[in-house]
Design a binder for this molecule. Structure first.
Ligand SMILES: [Cu+2]
Length: 98
């Protein structure tokens, strides 16, 4: 009965390699975003971060939805980056957990 642990090992590896490199999305609430030029600054700050992909700004809702590689960037790092650009933000939603 040596095959069963081997199969379990292979499965565990397959699952972990999938979760190691996935694109996640986080929505940041940015209350200080008040005019149409704010998103430009925020987007620039976020896209400087390694692993950040699409940045979608919703000026009406004062939110920024960021796609990022979870192996390279972290939500708190994204929130910190907008803060350093002059727009403190909080993590509002993480649809895929975290
Ligand atoms: Cu502005």
């Amino acid at each position: 009965m040596k095959t069963l642990p081997a199969i379990a090992f292979v499965l565990a590896c397959a699952v972990s390699s999938v979760s190691l490199a996935s694109t996640r999305q986080v929505t940041l609430a940015v209350p200080g975003m008040t005019c149409p030029t704010c998103p430009l600054t925020i987007r620039k700050a976020l896209q400087k971060i390694d692993g950040v992909g699409n940045v979608a700004v919703d000026l009406a809702r004062k939110t920024v939805t960021v796609s990022y590689e979870d192996t390279k960037a972290r939500p708190d790092q994204l929130a910190k980056a907008t803060g350093e650009a002059g727009y403190p933000s909080t993590i509002q939603a993480m649809p895929h957990g975290g």
